[in-house]
Structure formats: C-alpha cells, structure tokens
Design a protein around this ligand. Structure first.
Ligand SMILES: *[C@@H]1O[C@H](CO)[C@@H](O)[C@H](O)[C@H]1NC(C)=O
Ligand SMILES: *[C@@H]1O[C@H](CO)[C@@H](O)[C@H](O)[C@H]1NC(C)=O
Ligand SMILES: *[C@@H]1O[C@H](CO)[C@@H](O)[C@H](O)[C@H]1NC(C)=O
Ligand SMILES: *[C@@H]1O[C@H](CO)[C@@H](O)[C@H](O)[C@H]1NC(C)=O
Ligand SMILES: *[C@@H]1O[C@H](CO)[C@@H](O)[C@H](O)[C@H]1NC(C)=O
Ligand SMILES: *[C@@H]1O[C@H](CO)[C@@H](O)[C@H](O)[C@H]1NC(C)=O
Ligand SMILES: *[C@@H]1O[C@H](CO)[C@@H](O)[C@H](O)[C@H]1NC(C)=O
Ligand SMILES: *[C@@H]1O[C@H](CO)[C@@H](O)[C@H](O)[C@H]1NC(C)=O
Ligand SMILES: *[C@@H]1O[C@H](CO)[C@@H](O)[C@H](O)[C@H]1NC(C)=O
Ligand SMILES: *[C@@H]1O[C@H](CO)[C@@H](O)[C@H](O)[C@H]1NC(C)=O
Ligand SMILES: *[C@@H]1O[C@H](CO)[C@@H](O)[C@H](O)[C@H]1NC(C)=O
Ligand SMILES: *[C@@H]1O[C@H](CO)[C@@H](O)[C@H](O)[C@H]1NC(C)=O
Length: 843
C-alpha cells in the first residue's frame, strides 16, 4: 500500500472541512496560502540543513535521502515545496500537512529550536528509520504539532524520557516510538513513566495503533488500557514490563494485534475468547504468561499469527486449536519453560492448519515419530522441531514440502539413512540443520547443484566421512563439527563471499589452512579446533576483517603468530593451544580492544614477557593461558597491574560468553564458544563459558623470582590462578587472601618458602588448593574450605604441619556450581527471537 492511499483519503476529508470553513468565514484562501507556504517551505529547508546525510544510518535497503532533492525554485515566494519528495500539502489551504521522511538517511540531533515545529498544520509525520543521534523527543511535538493524527518516530535512535506533552496530541490515531534502542550500540533507551503512560491513554481517545516496543517502562501495565476501546494494535514488546497483564485488554472490541513479547517478568493468562474477538496477531512469547491454553482459543477465527514460545503454559494443548485454520505463523517452542509435564506425541491439531508457513515446535519434549501428514502443510517455508525426543526416520513425505526454506531437526533421536539426493526436491531450501541425531547421512560431495540456495548447513555429530562437502556460493553458516571428515579444505572455500561461520572442529582434516580464510571480510567465526592442520599459519586480518573467534587449537601448526592479527580489531577469542608454534610473547595483541580470551597453551613460546607499551594494553582480557611454554624471567607484574577487567567480579553471573551472528534474516544463532582449560587439578571442558570466568594460567614455564604481592592482590575478579611448575621463590603473598572470587589456586612445584598465609582461609569459594612440592613450613590455615583439602595439597613440603585435615573431599559449593559450569551438551542454541538486533545492521 503506497503513500497515495492514505494521503488521498485524508486530503479529501480535509478539503471538505475547509470548504465548510471557507463558506462561513470569508477569508481569502489564496492569500493565506502564499504566505503560509513561504514560511513552511523555508522551515522545511532549514529543517533539511539541520541534518547530515549519511547512507549508513537507515536500515531499509531502499533508503535514499529524499531531502537532497529539495530546492528553492523560481522567485522565492512561490517556491512550491508541495511537490518536494516526502512533502504533502492540503489542496485548498496549501499548508504542509504531511511529511514523510522515513528511511531518508537523516543524521543529527533534533532540538526544540528545530524549524520542524513551525509546521503547525502537520497531520502525518513519519521520521522513522533515521538517526537522531540519541536526541530527546522535544516537548514541542506535543505543544506545536497538535493536529497530528499519525506520528512515527520508530527506528530512529531517540532516547531519554518521552515527554508528557505527547499526550497533548489528542487527535493521534497512530503513535509509533518503537525500536529506538540498539542494544549493540550501548545507546540509551527511550523511557516512559507510568504516569505519562496513563495520561497518554487517557487523552488519546481515538488511538488505534500504539507501538512502544523497546521503550523502557519497568512498571505494571496500567489498567486504563482496558478502556482504550479504539485500539486495533498494541505493541509493547521488550518494554521491561512487570506485574500482571490486565486481562481486560484481551476483550478490547477492536484489538487485532497484541504484542508483549520479551517482557520476561510480565505475568498473565489467556481469558475465554468468544467469536466476537478479532485478533489477527497474538504474541506473548518470552513472557511469564502461564495457565491453561483455553479451548476457546479455537474461537479466534481471524488469527494468523500466534507466538506463545518461552512461556510457562500448561503443556496441554486444546484440540480446538485445529480450528485456527487461518494461522500462517505458529511459534510455540518451549511454551512450558518450567516442565510441568510433557507434551507427549506430536500435536495432531497441527494437521488442520494447512495455511501454516512458519512452524516452530522446538524444545517441547515431543516424543514419537515425525508424522507423515506434515506433507499436507504445503505452504510451510520454515519448520523447526529441534531439541525434542523425536525418533525414527525422517519421513520421505517431508521432501514434498516444496516451499520449505528452513528445516531444523537438530537435537533429537532421529535415525535411519538420509539420502541427500532427496533434498534436491527442496529447491528453495536455505537452511538445513540435522545436527545431534543418530542419522546416517549419505551426503553428496557437491551440494551446489542439490541445494543451490543453501545459506546455513549444520551437520554436527553426524558421523560424516570423506572430504568436506562443497556448498553453493550462497553459504553463510557452515558447521560440520564433530564428524570424521578427512582431507584438506578445498580452495573452493575461498569463493564463499558470504561465509560468516566456518566451524570444522573435531574432525580429521589436514593440510595447510587456506590463506583466504584469514582475509575474509565477513567471516566472524573460524573454528578449526582439534584437526591435523599443519604448516605455517596464514596471514590473519592482513586488512581489516570482522573475525571475532579464531580457534586453531589442537593442530600441528608451526611458526610465529601472524602479525596481521593486530588488524583484527573485533577479535574476542584467540586460541592457539596445543600446536608447535615458536614465538616470543605477542605483546602487540594488547592493542586489540575487544580481546577477551587469549590461549597460547602448550606451544614453543619463549623469552621474557617484559613490560606493556602503554597502560591500556589488553583492556578487556579475562582469560589468559600461557601455560606449558618456555617463558622465562620474572612474572609479568606490570601486566598484572593493568589488567583492569580482572579487577572486579562481573555481577552478570548468569550469562555466558557468546557471539551473535545474524546468519539469516529471522534465523539468528547464538554461538557459544566451547573450550578446554586446566584448573582445579583437572581438565575442565566448558561447553559454554560463564561470562564471569576470569583466569590466569602461567604454569609450566620457567618463571622465576617472587610472586608480586601488590599486583596480584588487585585482580579481585580472578576465579582460577595457576602458577605451578615454575621456579618461583619467596613467600606466598598474603594479598592472595583478597581474591574473594578465587575457586582454584595452584602454586605447586615451585620453590616457595615460609608459611601459608592464614588469611587464605577467608577464600570461601576456594575449591581447589595446591601448594605441594615447595619449601613451605608452618601450620595449615584453619577453617572454611581449608577443612576440605586433602593431604596431597601440601605433600612434598619439608615442614607443613597437617593440623585438622577432615576427610571431606569437595564442598557443596562446588557440586552445585558445577551444574552452572558444565551446561548443555551442544554448543549452538537458538536465541529467543525477541532479543535480536532489529535493525539488521551490517556491522
Ligand atoms: C513513507 O514513505 C515510505 C516509502 O518511502 C512508505 O513505505 C511509508 O509507508 C510511508 N509512510 C506512511 C506513513 O505512509
Ligand atoms: C555515518 O553514521 C555512522 C553511524 O551509523 C557513523 O559511524 C559515521 O561516522 C557516519 N558518517 C559520517 C560521514 O558522518
Ligand atoms: C511573489 O510572487 C508574485 C507572483 O508570482 C510576483 O509578482 C512577485 O514579484 C513575487 N515577489 C517576490 C518578492 O519575489
Ligand atoms: C552526535 O552527538 C555527538 C555527541 O553529543 C556529537 O559529538 C556529534 O557531533 C553528533 N553528530 C551529529 C551528526 O550531530
Ligand atoms: C513506522 O515506521 C516503520 C519503519 O519505517 C514501519 O515499519 C512501521 O510499520 C511504521 N509504524 C506504523 C504504525 O505505521
Ligand atoms: C489532554 O489533551 C488536552 C488537549 O486536547 C490538553 O489540554 C491536556 O493538557 C492534555 N492532558 C495531558 C495530561 O496531557
Ligand atoms: C474506564 O472507563 C469507565 C467508564 O468511563 C470508568 O468508570 C473506569 O474508571 C475506567 N477505568 C479506568 C481503569 O480508568
Ligand atoms: C525481573 O524481576 C527481577 C526481580 O524483581 C529483577 O531482578 C529482574 O531484573 C527483572 N528482569 C527484567 C528483565 O525486568
Ligand atoms: C464476547 O466477549 C465480549 C467481551 O470480550 C462480550 O462483550 C460479548 O458479550 C461476548 N459475546 C458473547 C456472545 O458471549
Ligand atoms: C472447533 O474444534 C472443536 C474440537 O476440535 C470441534 O469440535 C468444533 O466443531 C470446532 N468448531 C468449529 C466451528 O470448527
Ligand atoms: C479442522 O478444521 C475444520 C474447519 O475448517 C473443523 O471443522 C475441524 O473440527 C477441525 N479439526 C480439528 C481436529 O480441530
Ligand atoms: C593492517 O592493515 C593495514 C591496512 O589494511 C595494512 O596496510 C597493514 O599491512 C596490515 N598490517 C599487517 C601486519 O598485516
């Protein structure tokens, strides 16, 4: 629907009203037209001048700078701005009544002095999809633009409190202030107080579309919304709402769209719906909604979109949902997040929903086979059944779904042979995920003919053998980890210009790593862990690239760390563990602003580490593992002094380290980085890395001298510290007692002397402690965790007095925390869609 339709509609109404006005008050429309227009046209020109034009600030691919075609023409007083792109005037009065600069590449702030506010006859204003540089919304919108019926400031990076004056716009029928916050930008969100929300609803008596997605609210939904009877569309996604959702809102007579997605603290339940309900779209995904899905949902005869994913609904699905034959979009993955029971067999009501285009039933403990009647859903473009208990073969009938673009069956117990040739029937297929099943996949080596549009291929844990399959040019995400692939990476991989993720870990691949991979400008994740790659490491980031994770660990690579890595300014993880590299400490990595994890364990690194070039080296480093190399000299105390990110405990303990890759529109993956670390006396395998994990491992080198008391005591975020198997001398610094987060401390196999500082007993999280094979003497500290350490923590010291050693092995803290640490058995999970980056910006 073009602009024409709504413009023409309201212009004709306006003309009619003006006609009446003119008849009663006999003023000359021609005169006022000339004067009013001159002022308004120059106001528009000044408005234009207040912004820079910047093509990258509008996300719409069709965006263009409308204002750059605005010019004063002719003799000035009749420069007819009414013909300018995006400007609409009333035919009779000549006033500017519409301004549509959506996706117009405007960049800059809007202050209250802006000449926009001279356009007092404006009825429709659309400034969406621009970049207003985190301006506040000026209160003059409410004061001066009181004729507005349509106001769209979405996607435009406004911030701060929404002024109360907005509720003066009592003629508004559409208000859209959504998506003004881009989480990735560290921007400031728009905010709304509860009082302002109330007066907004109270005053905008004819509001139809109220869209406030991503506006920060932190309050309960005010009851007064129950009275907003003209509402047709209410969108409050990701608003941090809490409390109970007023159930009366479901009974609003005209409400067609309700979206409260992503308000995880918002509780609520579905009422009984009757046939007078006109809902088309209902989205309560990722909220705290619970209770029964009422059988009366079958009355929602117009519903075409239903999202009840990531909720707490009781897992009993009323068969009446089969009456929702208009449904195009059904998302009910994890719809009973807290398991109150299992959904059981594949829900049969789905067989009735022949209009479905998008179906997601992931993570619902569905058991049994994939029903062959799915072939009846001929409109399906996306089918996700991941993380259930589905068994048996993939039914052949599935290959008759010719419109299928995404098929995701990972994390089930599916078995039997999948002949890849069958996929050749699915010519539109863009995404295929069969990982983590018991399938035998008979894959053809060249997929480019079979699946010419493929963008995502995930075939992890499929026991695949032979050379890597060659995907088509369109590939973006290629994950075949944990198979038995052999041979080299074909040079054809150099041609995949869209490839963002290449995950080949845990195979038997060999040969050199192709140069081109380190040079790709779109590749974000390069995972080659645990193969037989050899030779020199190719240049990485010889020019600026987008690499975030580089994992070459457990291969047979030689030589030096390529200096180009210093150009990988977005790099977060660099792992070269267990290779045959030979180099001095790459202090130049300290300039990488995002580097969080650096692992060079078990190589031939050597020499003295020395001093940092500036005080800002390694600003985000949390994990450094240099163990089992040939480093010598003193411990790098100057570095320990400046690693500020290790100096505090990250409060955000619940989250895991992750890298977002927006591989496909609408299909986002969260790639959790998996790694192995030595700590707590054993090898720790992290399938996901807790965000707070902070560790230093300098063990098994040739470091000498004392442990620097001051610097080390400052690293209060440290969770693991391993300095074992060096030539360290002197005392154990008592400042170690300040490392309150410490869970593992290993100082064994050095030449430390003196006593164990008694204040180490205050380390209440300490689960592993080893000072064996030193020259320590004196008593063992008493109390707390020290009552749990075994005698072998101290053996090989000449004079340590084993005081009170109780035979408890590991404290409770460790056993409970362990669950938090060793989560999930596979490393890729889908993210709730509510949290994705809405602008789809290319970064
Ligand atoms: C503004 O123009 C864009 C095209 O540039 C169009 O998509 C949009 O619907 C228009 N806005 C309104 C409110 O009609
Ligand atoms: C264009 O906008 C982007 C932000 O989206 C900014 O980083 C860049 O510097 C701007 N370019 C110019 C020339 O202002
Ligand atoms: C304004 O427009 C009128 C009509 O076109 C013209 O006669 C007059 O000279 C214009 N005035 C100026 C100052 O340009
Ligand atoms: C955006 O705001 C920043 C900080 O307030 C300012 O330095 C910058 O010049 C502004 N950019 C534009 C294009 O107005
Ligand atoms: C506001 O503009 C955005 C982006 O241009 C558009 O997607 C959205 O539908 C508009 N909102 C309304 C309510 O028209
Ligand atoms: C409600 O709108 C009227 C004008 O229509 C205005 O005078 C009044 O101040 C508004 N109330 C609030 C709370 O904004
Ligand atoms: C809704 O409107 C009714 C009738 O006008 C009024 O009695 C009631 O108080 C209103 N509810 C709220 C929550 O304002
Ligand atoms: C939900 O509520 C809890 C407890 O009040 C609070 O800590 C948390 O930040 C809230 N989460 C959101 C997303 O609002
Ligand atoms: C249906 O529900 C609405 C409230 O949502 C109510 O006003 C109406 O009377 C009900 N109709 C029937 C037939 O029950
Ligand atoms: C709705 O579903 C129920 C249960 O499947 C069925 O008995 C009833 O006839 C259906 N109603 C309509 C109008 O289709
Ligand atoms: C399927 O839909 C029809 C109406 O199109 C309805 O009569 C029937 O009861 C539905 N079946 C189920 C199992 O809900
Ligand atoms: C880093 O990038 C620049 C610009 O692309 C390039 O000139 C330089 O050689 C690169 N440095 C290394 C060490 O590759």
């Amino acid at each position: 629907m073009g602009m024409e339709s709504w413009w023409s509609k309201f212009i004709s109404v306006r003309s009619f009203i003006l006609l009446l006005l003119n008849a009663t008050h006999c003023f000359s429309p021609v005169q006022s037209q000339a004067l009013g227009q001159v002022d308004e046209c120059s106001a528009l020109l000044q408005f234009k001048e207040s912004f820079a034009i910047n093509k990258s600030v509008s996300a719409d691919p069709l965006a263009y700078p409308k204002v750059s075609f605005w010019k004063r023409e002719g003799d000035g007083n009749r420069s007819n701005c009414c013909s300018w792109d995006g400007v609409e005037c009333d035919e009779d009065s000549g006033h500017v009544v519409g301004l549509n600069l959506s996706s117009s590449c405007l960049y800059g702030s809007i202050y209250s002095s802006n000449t926009l506010f001279r356009l007092v006859h404006l009825q429709r204003l659309d400034l969406s999809d621009n970049h207003f540089n985190f301006s506040q919304i000026p209160s003059r919108f409410g004061h001066d633009l009181s004729s507005l019926t349509y106001l769209n400031l979405s996607n435009s990076l406004f911030s701060g409190q929404i002024p109360s004056e907005i509720s003066k716009l009592s003629k508004l029928s559409t208000l859209d202030l959504s998506f003004n916050y881009q989480k990735a930008d560290d921007g400031i969100p728009l905010k709304l107080t509860k009082a302002n929300m109330r007066s907004l609803v109270q005053n905008l008596t004819t509001i139809k579309q109220l869209h406030l997605n991503w506006v920060e609210m932190y309050f309960t939904v005010p009851d007064i919304l129950v009275n907003a009877s003209s509402l047709t569309s209410l969108q409050l996604g990701d608003c941090e709402l809490n409390g109970e959702f007023p159930v009366g809102i479901f009974h609003l007579p005209n409400l067609e769209v309700l979206d409260v997605n992503g308000n995880s603290n918002l509780t609520g339940y579905f009422p009984n719906f009757n046939k007078s309900n006109v809902f088309k779209k209902l989205n309560v995904g990722a909220t705290n909604f619970s209770g029964m899905l009422p059988a009366s949902m079958g009355n929602l005869h117009s519903l075409n979109f239903l999202d009840i994913s990531w909720c707490h609904f009781y897992p009993l699905i009323p068969s009446s949902l089969g009456n929702l034959t208009q449904l195009n979009y059904l998302v009910m993955n994890s719809f009973n997040d807290v398991s109150k029971g299992k959904i059981g067999e594949f829900p049969s009501f789905v067989s009735n929903l022949t209009q479905l285009e998008f179906l997601d039933l992931s993570d619902n403990e569905i058991s049994g086979q994939i029903p062959s009647w799915l072939m009846k859903l001929t409109q399906l473009t996306s089918l996700s059944l991941d993380d259930n208990n589905l068994q048996g073969p993939i039914p052949r009938s599935l290959f008759q779904l010719k419109n299928l673009e995404y098929l995701s069956l990972s994390g089930n117990n599916l078995s039997g042979l999948v002949e890849f040739d069958q996929f050749s029937k699915l010519k539109k297929l863009k995404g295929l995920d069969l990982s983590n099943n018991m399938l035998s996949v008979g894959i053809t080596n060249d997929l480019s003919a079979t699946l010419p549009k493929l963008q995502t291929l995930a075939l992890g844990f499929c026991k695949l053998q032979g050379p890597l399959p060659i995907p088509p040019q369109s590939i973006r995400f290629y994950d075949v980890e944990n198979n038995e692939y052999t041979g080299e990476i074909s040079p054809l991989f150099c041609n995949f210009n869209y490839l963002q993720v290449l995950e080949l870990s845990n195979n038997h691949l060999s040969g050199m790593i192709p140069k081109c991979l380190g040079n790709s400008s779109v590749l974000k994740i390069l995972g080659l862990h645990n193969n037989f790659f050899n030779g020199y490491i190719p240049p990485i980031c010889p020019s600026k690239t987008s690499l975030r994770i580089v994992d070459f660990s457990y291969n047979q690579l030689q030589g030096k760390l390529p200096r180009g890595v210093m150009n990988c300014t977005q790099l977060k993880v660099l792992n070269f563990a267990n290779n045959q590299m030979s180099d001095i400490f790459p202090s130049w990595l300290g300039a990488l602003p995002e580097l969080r994890i650096l692992i060079l364990r078990s190589n031939g690194f050597h020499g003295v580490i020395g001093k940092p070039a500036t005080k800002h080296e390694f600003p985000k480093l949390h994990i450094i593992d240099l163990s089992n190399n040939g480093f010598s000299g003193m411990l790098p105390s100057n570095y320990l002094e400046i690693w500020n990110s290790m100096k505090y405990v990250d409060e955000n303990r619940a989250t895991y380290y992750e890298v977002d890759t927006d591989v496909l529109g609408g299909h986002y993956y969260r790639s959790d980085y998996a790694m192995t670390i030595r700590g707590k006396g054993v090898e720790l395998k992290y399938e996901r890395i807790p965000y707070h994990l902070t560790l230093i491992d300098l063990s098994s080198n040739r470091f000498e001298g004392e442990i620097p008391e001051g610097p080390i005591g400052n690293l209060r975020g440290l969770v693991l510290l391993n300095l074992s198997n060096n030539y360290l001398t002197g005392h154990i610094p008592s400042s170690l007692g300040d490392l309150a987060a410490l869970e593992s401390l290993d100082l064994s196999q050095n030449q430390l002397s003196g006593r164990i500082p008694s204040n180490l007993a205050q380390l209440t999280f300490l689960e592993y402690f080893n000072v064996s094979h030193n020259h320590l003497s004196g008593p063992i500290p008493l109390g707390e965790q020290f009552d749990t350490f075994q005698e072998d923590s101290y053996e090989g010291n000449s004079g340590v007095v084993s005081g009170l050693i109780v035979g408890v092995i590991v404290g409770d803290i460790w056993t409970t925390k362990k669950h938090e640490w060793f989560v999930e058995t596979f490393s890729r999970r889908r993210k709730p869609r509510g949290t994705r980056d809405r602008r789809g910006r290319r970064t």
